[in-house]
Design a protein around this ligand. Structure first.
Ligand code: APR
Length: 309
């Protein structure tokens, strides 16, 4: 069996950390692409030189073009500008639309059968751009955000209860932004409902901190946004696809009637396997949760309407 090939576009914080994790997990060969001359080449070379020490056999190359990306199985798009303090993800819309459009055209040209994972923000709108520009079927375009938002919530719950992060399950749906929908009803600790473990006000505080999780990091870093947790989330998706794990994960998927939502990408539980999104799961929601998801979809629609492709 030949090794899988993963292109990561954008050799900045998220892209380089993603390449690092893919190499350390020996998931496949990595082609790192960026517009800045020398940056992807330098980071790929540095990473490649770590492999004899960590004992992993993958090939890492960096490039400013796309020829080397040909026939990739997966293309991860992290190209774009990150937030600065005080900016919302939506403020990145115009700049990142142009970048994601251009990058997607190149990916399609060289890897017509790839599965595209979008990371650039505003996430749900950028995933829509990649979908429209690529012309790929909807199961081969997916956005990373739900795993990240869920991981943030899980880490805050584990911290509050002083228990292993592995004990904590949670589910955050909706758009990656202020309108995200943390479903506390589905959060459990070693199978025990969260509501049996924590009082309502503590749960509400965790929900709020989850909503502001990205901004909290932006404020602390002052330059740039989060990348360790985002790259971990991307790589969980890459692994699920490459190993055909059929793993259920919250990801941005194109909805055509599921949850009563049409024509937008938004975070929902999906089954990720070798074919990409193999299923969209429609879980039971209360009227209130369903309304929150629909408000979230409206917010994404508002952004999409501003996009000119
Ligand atoms: N083609 C390829 N690479 C590009 C392009 C392009 N057209 N435009 C910009 N880039 C590169 C930049 O040169 C930079 O190296 O994308 C990289 C982005 O890296 P960072 O600035 O470090 O940003 P990062 O923190 O990685 O975030 C990237 O992911 O989480 C989101 O909001 C975040 O949209 C942002 C994206």
């Amino acid at each position: 069996m030949s090794r899988k090939k993963i292109t990561v576009v954008g050799a900045g914080h998220v892209g380089a950390t993603t390449a690092h994790r893919i190499a350390d997990m020996e998931l496949g060969d990595v082609v790192l692409v960026d517009i800045v001359e020398g940056l992807p080449q330098g980071k790929a070379l540095d990473l490649a030189e770590s492999l004899p020490v960590v004992g992993k056999d993958v090939r890492l190359i960096g490039t400013n073009g796309y020829q080397e990306t040909a026939n990739s199985d997966i293309a991860v798009i992290t190209a774009g500008v990150p937030r600065k303090p005080g900016m919302s993800r939506d403020d990145l819309l115009n700049t990142n639309t142009g970048i994601v459009q251009n990058v997607t055209q190149q990916i399609v040209k060289y890897s017509p059968n790839a599965i595209i994972i979008v990371v650039s923000n505003p996430l749900d709108a950028m995933t829509y751009v990649a979908y429209k520009v690529s012309g790929f079927p909807k199961h081969r375009v997916v956005g990373m955000a739900g795993i990240l938002d869920t991981a943030r919530m899980r880490s805050f719950i584990a911290e509050e209860l002083n228990v292993s992060v592995e004990n904590v399950s949670a589910l955050v749906l909706g758009s990656h932004g202020d309108q995200m929908v943390p479903l506390t009803r589905y959060a459990t600790v070693a199978g025990i409902p969260l509501s049996d473990m924590l009082p309502e006000d503590k749960i509400e505080a965790i929900v709020q901190r989850t909503r502001d999780g990205g901004a909290e990091i932006v404020r602390l870093l002052k330059a740039g946004s989060a990348y360790y947790a985002p790259s971990a989330a991307v790589v969980e998706m890459v692994e699920a696809i490459i190993k055909d794990k059929k793993k259920i994960l919250p990801c941005a998927a194109y909805l055509e009637g599921e949850y009563g939502i049409h024509g937008v990408f938004i975070g929902v539980p999906v089954k990720l396997g070798a074919r990409g999104i193999e299923q969209i799961l429609e879980i039971g929601l209360t009227l209130e949760e369903r309304a929150a998801l629909q408000r979230s979809a409206q917010a994404v629609k508002g952004l999409i309407d501003k996009i000119q492709l």
